[in-house]
Design a protein. Structure first.
Ligand SMILES: [Zn+2]
Length: 471
């Protein structure tokens, strides 16, 4: 048999050990692993040069703003950053497009708008809001689930006008409805009343400094929101997923709930693991303004511990950039009026490799789980994605673990070039990114993937992460 591709000299993970092998690819899928390639015919050979080769990494929380807000980001620039950052599949949120995705028609409208732009593969979140509860229109949940969305997103605090927040009883109705589909409900978990009150209070006190944002969107707002959702999950049987969890207390609550057998999972983001509000909100101000805000060094460490002990299930980015001259840094704009959001897909894998694996916080098996496998399982696209197995898509993230480099905002792919990681020194850089057997990024040549190559990956089936809590 003639193969399409051999990825030679690939150092692949096997538990916490590695194996040097050659990966055979046929029809976009992994076809085998061999010690020697002499005598094997292939159209193409890519040399991994002995670098660590992971199953393609997944950013399961992006807002690429397309169609509609394409002055902020679009699917070409968004997935270009993914390719450079070693991310082979992204899962895009339903809220930040026009129209927002709250039904099958809007879902198809979005896929049509982006399909000629994507460089890497993408799956889709489904949408449901408080307005849909009030309009007695919850049939959209099953309809979107049947179309292959991987989960549903709910906001407890306001985000975009076309995607209204839920009140507590509306969220309860949504938990019941989504539980029937078996899919997770991802909740932006911050208590609206506390955030709203505290923001007003600090504004009236005249606070204009960066850290004021983090003090207003206080830890307690996330804590009580997660507590409420855990109660709802217990009551309804819905799979509650904490998106972008920012606090150590959140990880503790998730751990306790998991131990009680409640169906709760969580993700955190590189910024909640590496940045703190006292230092970085002073330095970057609105350019690190996000919701929930970055917290303290103590929270950083507790979230790393959460990843290690299993209370935090995987990493995502909440990639959501805004236009700098009009939405982040317009004349007269303050920490209160600038839009909350930062890019993240491009820097996720290198930061977790550098600060997690290379610094000895994370084992190799944990690195693979939190960057790839766990999100794939949680969202029902495993083992097509997230696996290094025969028959899996030939998606690979090849990493030069020893390469030292510095993140520079000017060099990023995102349309609006800012990042709170600007100037961060890292050890470990993506050398090559391969999606379904096609090279889309090479550190020496840059982006070589073609817009429109990326495919919509529908949910394959319902899968759940096993609860693995370490004491
Ligand atoms: Zn988000």
């Amino acid at each position: 048999m003639r193969y399409d591709l051999i990825v030679k000299n690939a150092l692949i993970p096997h538990g916490d050990e590695t194996v040097l092998t050659n990966i055979l690819v046929k029809d976009e899928k992994i076809a085998g692993f061999v010690d020697k390639i002499e005598g094997i015919e292939a159209d193409n050979v890519i040399d991994a040069e002995g670098h660590l080769t992971l199953p393609g990494c997944i950013d399961s929380h992006t807002h690429y703003m397309d169609p509609g807000f394409t002055h902020r980001e679009n699917f070409l620039t968004g997935t270009s950053g993914a390719a450079v950052g070693g991310v082979t599949t992204i899962i895009d949120m339903p809220c930040c497009s026009v129209p927002s995705v709250r039904g099958v028609a809007e879902l198809h409208n979005k896929v049509n708008a982006i399909k000629d732009k994507a460089i890497v593969d993408y799956a889709m979140w489904g949408g449901v809001t408080g307005e849909d509860v009030r309009n007695k229109n919850l049939k959209i949940v099953k309809e979107q689930a049947d179309e292959g969305v991987v989960a549903f997103k709910v906001y407890m605090t306001p985000s975009v006008p076309s995607y209204p927040r839920v009140t507590d009883p509306e969220m309860l109705e949504i938990f019941y409805e989504v539980s029937k589909t078996g899919l997770p409900v991802g909740v932006h978990a911050e208590n609206f009343a506390i955030c709203d009150y505290m923001v007003q209070k600090l504004r009236e006190e005249g606070r204009m400094d960066g850290p004021a944002w983090a003090e207003a969107r206080m830890e307690l707002a996330e804590k009580v929101a997660i507590q409420l959702c855990i109660s709802y999950a217990e009551e309804t049987g819905a799979r509650f997923h904490v998106v972008h969890m920012s606090t150590g207390i959140g990880a503790k609550l998730v751990k306790e709930a998991k131990m009680r057998g409640i169906d709760v999972t969580s993700e955190t983001c590189p910024h909640y693991l590496t940045l703190n509000y006292q230092e970085h909100m002073t330095k970057f101000k609105q350019f690190v303004k996000i919701a929930p805000p970055i917290r303290t060094k103590k929270d950083n460490e507790e979230l790393w511990q959460g990843l290690i002990d299993g209370s935090v299930d995987f990493i995502a980015t909440d990639h959501a950039p805004y236009e700098i001259p009009t939405e982040k840094d317009a004349p007269g704009m303050t920490i209160w009026t600038a839009f909350p959001g930062i890019p993240g897909t491009e820097t996720m894998v290198p930061i977790i490799v550098s600060e997690g694996y290379n610094k000895g916080r994370l084992s190799l098996s944990k690195l693979v789980e939190i960057l790839s496998t766990n999100a794939a399982k949680h969202y029902g696209i495993y083992p097509k994605k997230g696996a290094m197995m025969i028959g899996s898509d030939a998606d690979f993230t090849i990493i030069d673990l020893n390469k030292e480099w510095t993140i520079e905002k000017e060099k990023m792919q995102c349309l609006n070039k800012y990042t709170p990681f600007d100037g961060m020194k890292l050890k470990g850089k993506v050398a090559k990114t391969i999606v379904r057997g096609t090279l889309v990024y090479d550190d020496e040549k840059g982006i070589v993937g073609k817009p429109g190559y990326g495919q919509w990956i529908k949910r394959q089936n319902i899968q759940k992460l096993e609860r693995k809590i370490k004491f």
